[in-house]
Design a protein around this ligand. Structure first.
Ligand code: ADP
Length: 498
Protein backbone atom coordinates (compact mmCIF):
# COMPACT_ATOMS: atom_id res chain seq x y z
CA UNK A 1 0.00 0.00 0.00
CA UNK A 2 1.25 3.48 -0.83
CA UNK A 3 2.03 5.65 2.15
CA UNK A 4 1.33 9.35 2.53
CA UNK A 5 4.20 11.77 2.37
CA UNK A 6 4.01 14.04 5.40
CA UNK A 7 5.20 17.63 5.23
CA UNK A 8 5.04 20.20 8.00
CA UNK A 9 5.27 23.61 6.31
CA UNK A 10 6.09 26.59 8.53
CA UNK A 11 5.89 30.23 7.54
CA UNK A 12 5.41 33.62 9.17
CA UNK A 13 2.70 34.52 6.63
CA UNK A 14 0.53 32.84 3.99
CA UNK A 15 -2.19 33.98 1.66
CA UNK A 16 -5.18 34.20 2.00
CA UNK A 17 -4.76 34.35 5.78
CA UNK A 18 -2.23 37.15 5.93
CA UNK A 19 0.25 38.47 3.37
CA UNK A 20 2.97 41.07 3.67
CA UNK A 21 5.30 40.05 0.82
CA UNK A 22 6.49 37.31 -1.52
CA UNK A 23 6.82 34.75 1.30
CA UNK A 24 3.05 35.03 1.79
CA UNK A 25 2.47 34.18 -1.88
CA UNK A 26 4.70 31.10 -1.68
CA UNK A 27 3.34 29.78 1.61
CA UNK A 28 -0.23 30.32 0.36
CA UNK A 29 0.26 28.64 -3.01
CA UNK A 30 2.91 25.94 -2.69
CA UNK A 31 1.19 23.71 -0.09
CA UNK A 32 -2.02 23.69 -2.18
CA UNK A 33 -0.06 23.02 -5.38
CA UNK A 34 1.75 20.10 -3.71
CA UNK A 35 -1.52 18.74 -2.37
CA UNK A 36 -2.99 18.89 -5.89
CA UNK A 37 0.09 17.29 -7.42
CA UNK A 38 -0.40 13.73 -6.21
CA UNK A 39 -3.79 13.42 -7.88
CA UNK A 40 -2.49 14.61 -11.26
CA UNK A 41 0.81 12.74 -11.50
CA UNK A 42 1.48 9.17 -12.63
CA UNK A 43 2.48 6.92 -9.73
CA UNK A 44 6.11 6.58 -10.84
CA UNK A 45 6.63 10.32 -10.30
CA UNK A 46 4.70 10.79 -7.08
CA UNK A 47 5.74 7.47 -5.57
CA UNK A 48 3.75 7.92 -2.40
CA UNK A 49 -0.05 8.15 -2.35
CA UNK A 50 -1.30 11.48 -1.04
CA UNK A 51 0.82 14.38 0.03
CA UNK A 52 -0.30 15.16 3.56
CA UNK A 53 1.04 18.69 3.80
CA UNK A 54 0.09 20.73 6.86
CA UNK A 55 0.69 24.44 7.15
CA UNK A 56 1.33 26.13 10.50
CA UNK A 57 1.12 29.91 10.97
CA UNK A 58 1.24 32.21 13.98
CA UNK A 59 -2.32 33.25 14.84
CA UNK A 60 -1.59 36.91 13.97
CA UNK A 61 -4.16 39.51 14.92
CA UNK A 62 -4.94 40.05 11.21
CA UNK A 63 -5.96 36.37 10.96
CA UNK A 64 -8.14 36.68 14.07
CA UNK A 65 -10.16 39.34 12.25
CA UNK A 66 -11.15 36.83 9.52
CA UNK A 67 -14.24 34.72 10.18
CA UNK A 68 -12.67 31.29 9.84
CA UNK A 69 -14.29 27.99 10.83
CA UNK A 70 -11.91 26.92 13.60
CA UNK A 71 -11.57 23.91 15.86
CA UNK A 72 -9.38 23.85 18.90
CA UNK A 73 -6.68 21.23 18.34
CA UNK A 74 -4.68 21.24 21.57
CA UNK A 75 -2.98 23.29 24.24
CA UNK A 76 0.45 22.92 25.82
CA UNK A 77 3.29 24.79 27.51
CA UNK A 78 6.43 26.28 25.96
CA UNK A 79 9.16 27.23 28.48
CA UNK A 80 10.87 30.60 28.15
CA UNK A 81 13.28 32.28 30.57
CA UNK A 82 12.47 29.79 33.35
CA UNK A 83 8.73 30.48 33.03
CA UNK A 84 5.94 28.55 31.34
CA UNK A 85 3.91 30.05 28.51
CA UNK A 86 0.72 28.44 27.17
CA UNK A 87 0.30 27.76 23.43
CA UNK A 88 -3.14 27.12 21.96
CA UNK A 89 -3.53 25.58 18.52
CA UNK A 90 -6.57 25.97 16.27
CA UNK A 91 -7.27 24.02 13.11
CA UNK A 92 -8.90 24.97 9.82
CA UNK A 93 -8.82 23.66 6.24
CA UNK A 94 -7.98 25.27 2.91
CA UNK A 95 -8.12 23.39 -0.41
CA UNK A 96 -7.59 20.11 1.40
CA UNK A 97 -4.58 21.43 3.34
CA UNK A 98 -4.79 21.36 7.14
CA UNK A 99 -3.85 24.74 8.58
CA UNK A 100 -2.80 25.14 12.22
CA UNK A 101 -2.94 28.57 13.79
CA UNK A 102 -0.76 28.85 16.87
CA UNK A 103 -1.60 31.39 19.54
CA UNK A 104 0.12 32.39 22.74
CA UNK A 105 1.30 35.33 24.83
CA UNK A 106 4.08 36.30 22.40
CA UNK A 107 1.66 36.63 19.52
CA UNK A 108 0.15 40.07 20.19
CA UNK A 109 -3.62 40.58 20.20
CA UNK A 110 -3.14 43.66 18.09
CA UNK A 111 0.04 44.09 16.10
CA UNK A 112 1.61 43.68 12.67
CA UNK A 113 3.02 40.42 11.30
CA UNK A 114 6.53 41.89 11.62
CA UNK A 115 7.19 44.74 14.02
CA UNK A 116 10.78 45.09 12.78
CA UNK A 117 12.38 44.68 16.21
CA UNK A 118 14.25 41.37 16.06
CA UNK A 119 13.96 40.83 19.81
CA UNK A 120 10.16 41.13 19.82
CA UNK A 121 9.77 39.37 16.47
CA UNK A 122 12.36 36.79 17.57
CA UNK A 123 10.29 35.97 20.68
CA UNK A 124 7.12 35.65 18.64
CA UNK A 125 8.54 33.48 15.88
CA UNK A 126 10.75 31.28 18.07
CA UNK A 127 7.75 30.60 20.32
CA UNK A 128 5.79 29.75 17.18
CA UNK A 129 8.58 27.55 15.76
CA UNK A 130 8.94 25.52 18.95
CA UNK A 131 5.18 25.25 19.36
CA UNK A 132 4.86 23.90 15.81
CA UNK A 133 7.30 21.08 16.64
CA UNK A 134 5.46 20.35 19.88
CA UNK A 135 2.18 20.27 17.92
CA UNK A 136 3.60 17.49 15.70
CA UNK A 137 4.50 15.53 18.83
CA UNK A 138 1.05 16.08 20.39
CA UNK A 139 -0.62 14.82 17.20
CA UNK A 140 1.83 11.92 17.14
CA UNK A 141 2.40 12.96 13.53
CA UNK A 142 6.11 12.80 12.73
CA UNK A 143 6.60 14.58 9.39
CA UNK A 144 8.90 13.18 6.69
CA UNK A 145 9.84 16.78 5.87
CA UNK A 146 10.00 19.90 7.98
CA UNK A 147 9.90 22.76 5.45
CA UNK A 148 10.67 26.07 7.18
CA UNK A 149 11.04 29.47 5.54
CA UNK A 150 13.33 32.43 6.23
CA UNK A 151 14.72 33.44 9.61
CA UNK A 152 11.37 33.44 11.41
CA UNK A 153 10.94 29.67 11.32
CA UNK A 154 14.63 28.75 11.03
CA UNK A 155 14.68 28.10 14.83
CA UNK A 156 12.40 25.08 14.21
CA UNK A 157 15.08 23.54 11.97
CA UNK A 158 17.77 24.13 14.55
CA UNK A 159 15.62 22.87 17.44
CA UNK A 160 14.74 19.73 15.51
CA UNK A 161 18.39 18.98 14.89
CA UNK A 162 19.13 19.35 18.63
CA UNK A 163 16.08 17.22 19.47
CA UNK A 164 17.22 14.38 17.19
CA UNK A 165 20.26 13.90 19.42
CA UNK A 166 18.21 12.87 22.44
CA UNK A 167 14.85 11.76 21.15
CA UNK A 168 13.60 9.42 18.41
CA UNK A 169 10.44 11.27 17.38
CA UNK A 170 12.02 13.34 14.58
CA UNK A 171 14.71 10.78 13.76
CA UNK A 172 13.42 10.31 10.19
CA UNK A 173 12.34 13.90 9.58
CA UNK A 174 14.43 15.65 6.92
CA UNK A 175 14.69 19.44 7.19
CA UNK A 176 14.53 22.00 4.42
CA UNK A 177 14.98 25.73 4.83
CA UNK A 178 13.64 28.07 2.15
CA UNK A 179 15.61 31.30 1.60
CA UNK A 180 13.42 34.08 0.25
CA UNK A 181 15.61 37.04 1.20
CA UNK A 182 19.01 36.27 2.73
CA UNK A 183 19.92 39.67 4.25
CA UNK A 184 17.03 39.36 6.73
CA UNK A 185 18.70 37.09 9.28
CA UNK A 186 16.97 37.94 12.56
CA UNK A 187 20.28 39.20 13.98
CA UNK A 188 19.87 40.41 17.55
CA UNK A 189 17.58 37.58 18.66
CA UNK A 190 20.42 35.47 20.12
CA UNK A 191 19.45 36.07 23.75
CA UNK A 192 15.85 35.19 22.94
CA UNK A 193 16.99 31.90 21.41
CA UNK A 194 19.00 31.08 24.54
CA UNK A 195 16.01 31.83 26.78
CA UNK A 196 14.02 29.37 24.69
CA UNK A 197 16.73 26.75 25.30
CA UNK A 198 18.48 27.09 21.93
CA UNK A 199 22.21 27.65 22.58
CA UNK A 200 24.61 29.21 20.02
CA UNK A 201 26.10 26.76 17.56
CA UNK A 202 29.64 25.63 18.13
CA UNK A 203 30.90 25.31 14.59
CA UNK A 204 33.96 26.94 13.14
CA UNK A 205 32.51 27.15 9.62
CA UNK A 206 29.92 29.67 10.89
CA UNK A 207 31.31 33.19 11.37
CA UNK A 208 31.41 34.13 15.07
CA UNK A 209 28.78 36.88 14.65
CA UNK A 210 26.35 34.36 13.14
CA UNK A 211 26.52 31.64 15.78
CA UNK A 212 23.39 32.87 17.57
CA UNK A 213 21.60 34.37 14.57
CA UNK A 214 18.32 32.58 13.74
CA UNK A 215 18.72 32.31 9.95
CA UNK A 216 22.37 31.26 10.21
CA UNK A 217 21.46 28.51 12.69
CA UNK A 218 18.75 27.27 10.34
CA UNK A 219 21.16 27.27 7.38
CA UNK A 220 23.72 25.47 9.49
CA UNK A 221 21.40 22.75 10.72
CA UNK A 222 19.12 22.21 7.69
CA UNK A 223 19.60 19.03 5.69
CA UNK A 224 19.01 21.13 2.61
CA UNK A 225 18.66 24.80 1.69
CA UNK A 226 16.49 25.93 -1.17
CA UNK A 227 16.72 29.43 -2.59
CA UNK A 228 13.77 30.80 -4.54
CA UNK A 229 15.55 30.75 -7.90
CA UNK A 230 18.49 28.79 -9.33
CA UNK A 231 20.51 31.97 -9.95
CA UNK A 232 19.92 33.27 -6.41
CA UNK A 233 21.16 29.87 -5.13
CA UNK A 234 24.53 30.61 -6.73
CA UNK A 235 24.57 34.35 -6.03
CA UNK A 236 24.31 33.84 -2.26
CA UNK A 237 27.71 32.16 -2.40
CA UNK A 238 29.30 35.50 -3.37
CA UNK A 239 30.20 38.57 -1.27
CA UNK A 240 27.80 40.78 -3.28
CA UNK A 241 24.73 38.77 -2.27
CA UNK A 242 25.87 36.57 0.62
CA UNK A 243 25.16 38.99 3.51
CA UNK A 244 28.40 37.91 5.22
CA UNK A 245 27.39 34.24 5.09
CA UNK A 246 28.92 33.56 1.66
CA UNK A 247 31.94 31.73 3.10
CA UNK A 248 29.78 29.45 5.19
CA UNK A 249 27.34 28.87 2.32
CA UNK A 250 30.14 28.14 -0.15
CA UNK A 251 31.49 25.58 2.28
CA UNK A 252 28.06 23.90 2.28
CA UNK A 253 27.19 24.51 -1.38
CA UNK A 254 26.44 20.83 -1.98
CA UNK A 255 23.28 21.17 0.14
CA UNK A 256 21.99 24.28 -1.66
CA UNK A 257 19.71 24.37 -4.69
CA UNK A 258 17.24 26.78 -6.23
CA UNK A 259 13.61 26.36 -7.28
CA UNK A 260 11.70 29.21 -8.89
CA UNK A 261 8.53 30.41 -7.24
CA UNK A 262 5.38 30.02 -9.26
CA UNK A 263 2.71 32.54 -10.15
CA UNK A 264 -1.00 32.15 -9.49
CA UNK A 265 -2.00 32.01 -13.17
CA UNK A 266 -5.72 32.29 -12.33
CA UNK A 267 -5.43 35.35 -10.09
CA UNK A 268 -3.19 37.02 -12.71
CA UNK A 269 -4.93 36.62 -16.04
CA UNK A 270 -5.60 39.56 -18.38
CA UNK A 271 -8.46 37.62 -19.98
CA UNK A 272 -10.42 37.62 -16.71
CA UNK A 273 -9.08 40.55 -14.72
CA UNK A 274 -11.97 42.69 -13.46
CA UNK A 275 -9.75 45.72 -12.90
CA UNK A 276 -9.06 46.20 -16.61
CA UNK A 277 -10.83 48.54 -19.03
CA UNK A 278 -10.74 45.72 -21.60
CA UNK A 279 -9.87 42.07 -21.14
CA UNK A 280 -7.53 40.51 -23.69
CA UNK A 281 -5.43 37.48 -24.47
CA UNK A 282 -2.49 36.69 -26.71
CA UNK A 283 -4.66 36.58 -29.80
CA UNK A 284 -6.15 40.02 -29.14
CA UNK A 285 -3.13 42.04 -28.19
CA UNK A 286 -4.53 45.08 -29.98
CA UNK A 287 -7.02 45.36 -27.09
CA UNK A 288 -4.14 46.36 -24.81
CA UNK A 289 -4.41 49.76 -26.49
CA UNK A 290 -7.66 50.49 -24.65
CA UNK A 291 -6.02 49.68 -21.34
CA UNK A 292 -3.10 51.93 -22.24
CA UNK A 293 -5.36 54.86 -23.02
CA UNK A 294 -7.50 54.29 -19.92
CA UNK A 295 -4.39 54.16 -17.74
CA UNK A 296 -2.90 57.35 -19.17
CA UNK A 297 -6.29 59.07 -18.76
CA UNK A 298 -6.56 57.91 -15.16
CA UNK A 299 -3.19 59.37 -14.19
CA UNK A 300 -3.60 62.47 -16.35
CA UNK A 301 -0.92 61.91 -19.00
CA UNK A 302 -1.31 62.45 -22.75
CA UNK A 303 -2.03 59.40 -24.87
CA UNK A 304 0.99 59.62 -27.13
CA UNK A 305 1.11 56.48 -29.29
CA UNK A 306 4.68 57.06 -30.52
CA UNK A 307 5.99 57.09 -26.96
CA UNK A 308 7.08 54.01 -25.00
CA UNK A 309 5.13 53.86 -21.75
CA UNK A 310 7.10 52.31 -18.88
CA UNK A 311 5.51 50.99 -15.69
CA UNK A 312 7.23 50.39 -12.36
CA UNK A 313 5.47 48.85 -9.36
CA UNK A 314 7.51 48.14 -6.28
CA UNK A 315 8.23 48.42 -2.63
CA UNK A 316 10.36 51.53 -2.36
CA UNK A 317 13.54 49.99 -1.05
CA UNK A 318 17.17 50.40 -2.10
CA UNK A 319 17.10 46.72 -3.16
CA UNK A 320 14.75 47.60 -6.00
CA UNK A 321 17.03 50.13 -7.73
CA UNK A 322 14.35 52.85 -8.09
CA UNK A 323 17.14 55.45 -7.91
CA UNK A 324 18.80 53.84 -10.94
CA UNK A 325 15.54 54.01 -12.90
CA UNK A 326 14.98 57.69 -12.13
CA UNK A 327 18.54 58.64 -13.00
CA UNK A 328 18.60 56.64 -16.24
CA UNK A 329 15.28 58.17 -17.40
CA UNK A 330 16.54 61.62 -16.45
CA UNK A 331 19.78 61.17 -18.38
CA UNK A 332 17.91 59.83 -21.42
CA UNK A 333 15.26 62.54 -21.44
CA UNK A 334 16.00 62.80 -25.17
CA UNK A 335 14.23 59.46 -25.73
CA UNK A 336 10.43 59.31 -26.21
CA UNK A 337 9.39 57.77 -22.87
CA UNK A 338 6.55 58.18 -20.42
CA UNK A 339 6.56 56.49 -17.02
CA UNK A 340 4.02 55.58 -14.35
CA UNK A 341 5.42 54.50 -10.98
CA UNK A 342 3.42 52.92 -8.14
CA UNK A 343 5.04 52.24 -4.80
CA UNK A 344 5.46 52.99 -1.15
CA UNK A 345 8.18 52.57 1.41
CA UNK A 346 11.38 54.47 2.13
CA UNK A 347 10.83 58.19 2.71
CA UNK A 348 13.89 59.28 0.71
CA UNK A 349 12.65 57.38 -2.34
CA UNK A 350 9.15 58.85 -1.99
CA UNK A 351 10.74 62.31 -1.98
CA UNK A 352 12.89 61.39 -5.01
CA UNK A 353 9.79 60.24 -6.90
CA UNK A 354 7.90 63.47 -6.19
CA UNK A 355 10.91 65.47 -7.31
CA UNK A 356 11.18 63.45 -10.51
CA UNK A 357 7.50 64.02 -11.36
CA UNK A 358 7.98 67.76 -10.74
CA UNK A 359 10.86 67.69 -13.26
CA UNK A 360 8.83 65.83 -15.91
CA UNK A 361 5.20 66.88 -15.37
CA UNK A 362 4.21 66.01 -18.96
CA UNK A 363 5.81 62.55 -18.95
CA UNK A 364 5.89 61.04 -15.46
CA UNK A 365 3.42 60.14 -12.73
CA UNK A 366 4.07 58.58 -9.32
CA UNK A 367 1.35 57.16 -7.12
CA UNK A 368 2.59 56.68 -3.57
CA UNK A 369 0.74 53.91 -1.78
CA UNK A 370 -0.38 50.31 -2.23
CA UNK A 371 -3.08 50.00 -4.89
CA UNK A 372 -3.84 46.49 -6.18
CA UNK A 373 -6.32 47.67 -8.86
CA UNK A 374 -3.97 50.31 -10.26
CA UNK A 375 -1.13 47.77 -10.32
CA UNK A 376 -3.22 45.54 -12.61
CA UNK A 377 -4.01 48.47 -14.90
CA UNK A 378 -0.30 49.27 -15.18
CA UNK A 379 0.61 45.67 -16.07
CA UNK A 380 -2.14 45.72 -18.73
CA UNK A 381 -1.52 49.21 -20.10
CA UNK A 382 2.22 49.90 -19.99
CA UNK A 383 4.38 48.82 -22.92
CA UNK A 384 7.37 47.85 -20.80
CA UNK A 385 8.06 47.27 -17.11
CA UNK A 386 11.14 48.48 -15.22
CA UNK A 387 12.78 46.17 -12.63
CA UNK A 388 16.31 47.48 -12.01
CA UNK A 389 16.77 45.47 -8.78
CA UNK A 390 20.17 45.35 -7.10
CA UNK A 391 19.21 41.82 -6.05
CA UNK A 392 16.02 39.85 -6.61
CA UNK A 393 15.76 36.39 -5.02
CA UNK A 394 12.89 35.45 -7.33
CA UNK A 395 10.55 38.35 -8.12
CA UNK A 396 6.90 38.09 -9.06
CA UNK A 397 6.45 41.41 -10.82
CA UNK A 398 8.35 40.34 -13.96
CA UNK A 399 6.25 37.17 -14.25
CA UNK A 400 3.04 39.15 -13.91
CA UNK A 401 4.27 41.71 -16.43
CA UNK A 402 5.04 38.97 -18.97
CA UNK A 403 1.68 37.33 -18.38
CA UNK A 404 0.09 40.68 -19.26
CA UNK A 405 2.25 41.26 -22.36
CA UNK A 406 4.15 44.08 -20.68
CA UNK A 407 7.80 43.59 -21.63
CA UNK A 408 10.17 43.47 -18.61
CA UNK A 409 13.37 45.52 -18.56
CA UNK A 410 15.38 44.09 -15.69
CA UNK A 411 18.78 43.70 -14.16
CA UNK A 412 20.10 40.20 -14.85
CA UNK A 413 20.06 38.99 -11.26
CA UNK A 414 18.38 36.17 -9.29
CA UNK A 415 14.97 35.11 -10.53
CA UNK A 416 14.94 37.93 -13.09
CA UNK A 417 17.78 36.23 -14.95
CA UNK A 418 16.02 32.85 -14.67
CA UNK A 419 12.64 34.00 -16.00
CA UNK A 420 13.47 36.57 -18.69
CA UNK A 421 15.20 35.76 -21.98
CA UNK A 422 16.98 38.77 -23.41
CA UNK A 423 15.75 40.16 -26.73
CA UNK A 424 19.18 39.51 -28.28
CA UNK A 425 17.91 35.91 -28.61
CA UNK A 426 15.92 36.91 -31.65
CA UNK A 427 13.50 33.98 -31.70
CA UNK A 428 13.16 33.50 -27.93
CA UNK A 429 13.43 36.93 -26.33
CA UNK A 430 10.82 37.85 -23.73
CA UNK A 431 12.39 41.03 -22.34
CA UNK A 432 15.52 43.12 -21.86
CA UNK A 433 18.28 42.33 -19.39
CA UNK A 434 21.24 44.45 -18.30
CA UNK A 435 24.14 43.13 -16.28
CA UNK A 436 25.39 45.79 -13.92
CA UNK A 437 23.31 47.65 -11.31
CA UNK A 438 24.47 50.94 -12.83
CA UNK A 439 22.61 53.83 -14.41
CA UNK A 440 24.71 53.56 -17.58
CA UNK A 441 23.67 49.94 -18.10
CA UNK A 442 19.99 50.80 -17.70
CA UNK A 443 20.38 53.75 -20.09
CA UNK A 444 21.56 51.36 -22.80
CA UNK A 445 18.62 49.06 -22.04
CA UNK A 446 16.13 51.95 -22.33
CA UNK A 447 17.53 52.77 -25.73
CA UNK A 448 17.24 49.14 -26.85
CA UNK A 449 13.63 48.88 -25.61
CA UNK A 450 12.52 52.07 -27.31
CA UNK A 451 14.16 51.02 -30.59
CA UNK A 452 12.50 47.58 -30.41
CA UNK A 453 9.07 49.06 -29.62
CA UNK A 454 9.24 50.95 -32.92
CA UNK A 455 9.18 47.59 -34.75
CA UNK A 456 5.55 46.52 -34.19
CA UNK A 457 5.92 43.07 -35.74
CA UNK A 458 8.91 42.03 -33.64
CA UNK A 459 7.48 43.67 -30.51
CA UNK A 460 4.23 41.81 -30.84
CA UNK A 461 6.07 38.52 -31.34
CA UNK A 462 7.99 39.21 -28.13
CA UNK A 463 4.76 40.00 -26.25
CA UNK A 464 3.34 36.73 -27.51
CA UNK A 465 6.31 34.75 -26.27
CA UNK A 466 6.22 36.52 -22.90
CA UNK A 467 2.53 35.72 -22.48
CA UNK A 468 3.11 32.07 -23.41
CA UNK A 469 5.57 31.40 -20.57
CA UNK A 470 4.49 28.80 -18.03
CA UNK A 471 5.11 30.25 -14.59
CA UNK A 472 2.52 28.04 -12.91
CA UNK A 473 2.97 26.59 -9.44
CA UNK A 474 2.46 23.06 -10.79
CA UNK A 475 5.94 23.09 -12.33
CA UNK A 476 7.61 24.33 -9.13
CA UNK A 477 5.59 21.93 -6.98
CA UNK A 478 6.93 19.01 -8.98
CA UNK A 479 10.49 20.16 -8.37
CA UNK A 480 9.81 20.49 -4.63
CA UNK A 481 8.27 17.05 -4.62
CA UNK A 482 11.35 15.48 -6.20
CA UNK A 483 13.55 17.31 -3.72
CA UNK A 484 11.43 16.09 -0.79
CA UNK A 485 11.79 12.52 -2.02
CA UNK A 486 15.57 12.71 -2.31
CA UNK A 487 15.82 14.28 1.16
CA UNK A 488 13.63 11.60 2.72
CA UNK A 489 15.77 8.86 1.21
CA UNK A 490 18.97 10.52 2.43
CA UNK A 491 17.48 11.03 5.91
CA UNK A 492 16.39 7.43 6.14
CA UNK A 493 19.96 6.38 5.48
CA UNK A 494 21.43 8.81 8.04
CA UNK A 495 18.65 8.26 10.58
CA UNK A 496 19.16 4.49 10.45
CA UNK A 497 22.90 4.93 10.79
CA UNK A 498 22.59 7.24 13.88
P1 ADP B 1 8.90 41.73 -3.32
O1 ADP B 1 8.24 40.49 -2.79
O2 ADP B 1 10.38 41.79 -3.12
O3 ADP B 1 8.23 42.99 -2.88
P2 ADP B 1 7.99 40.78 -5.90
O4 ADP B 1 8.24 41.23 -7.30
O5 ADP B 1 8.30 39.36 -5.59
O6 ADP B 1 8.75 41.76 -4.93
O7 ADP B 1 6.45 40.99 -5.53
C1 ADP B 1 5.89 42.25 -5.50
C2 ADP B 1 4.40 42.12 -5.63
O8 ADP B 1 3.79 43.20 -4.92
C3 ADP B 1 3.90 42.20 -7.06
O9 ADP B 1 2.72 41.45 -7.15
C4 ADP B 1 3.60 43.70 -7.21
O10 ADP B 1 2.62 43.92 -8.21
C5 ADP B 1 3.06 44.01 -5.83
N1 ADP B 1 3.25 45.41 -5.42
C6 ADP B 1 4.39 46.00 -5.00
N2 ADP B 1 4.17 47.28 -4.67
C7 ADP B 1 2.87 47.52 -4.88
C8 ADP B 1 2.02 48.67 -4.73
N3 ADP B 1 2.50 49.81 -4.27
N4 ADP B 1 0.72 48.54 -5.04
C9 ADP B 1 0.24 47.37 -5.51
N5 ADP B 1 0.97 46.26 -5.67
C10 ADP B 1 2.26 46.33 -5.36
Amino acid sequence: MKSNLRVLFLAAEAEPFVKVGGLGDVAGSLPCALRALASTQPPDITGAGEIDIRLALPFHSAIKKLSLALQKECEFIIPYAKKKYPAQVFHTQRNGVSVYLIDGPFIPEDGPVYCGDNVIDGRKFTFFSLAALELARRMNWAPDILHANDWHTAPAVYALQLDRKTCAFFKHTATLLGVHNLPYTGQGAGKVLREFGLPPAVDSSLPAWAQDVPLALGLYSADHIVAVSPTYATEILTPEFGAGLEGFLSHHSQKISGILNGLDMVAWDPAHDNALAKNYDRKHLEDRGQNRNALLDEVGLDTAPATTLFGLISRLDRQKGIDLALEALRRRADLPWQVIILGSGAQDLEVALRQFVAEFPQRARAVIGFDAALSRKIYAGADAFLIPSRYEPCGLAQMIAMRYGCIPVARATGGLRDTITDASNVDNGTGFLFEEAKTEALEVALQRVIAAAKQPHGWRAMQNRAMEQDFSWGRSAQEYYKLYQSLIEARLRTGNAD
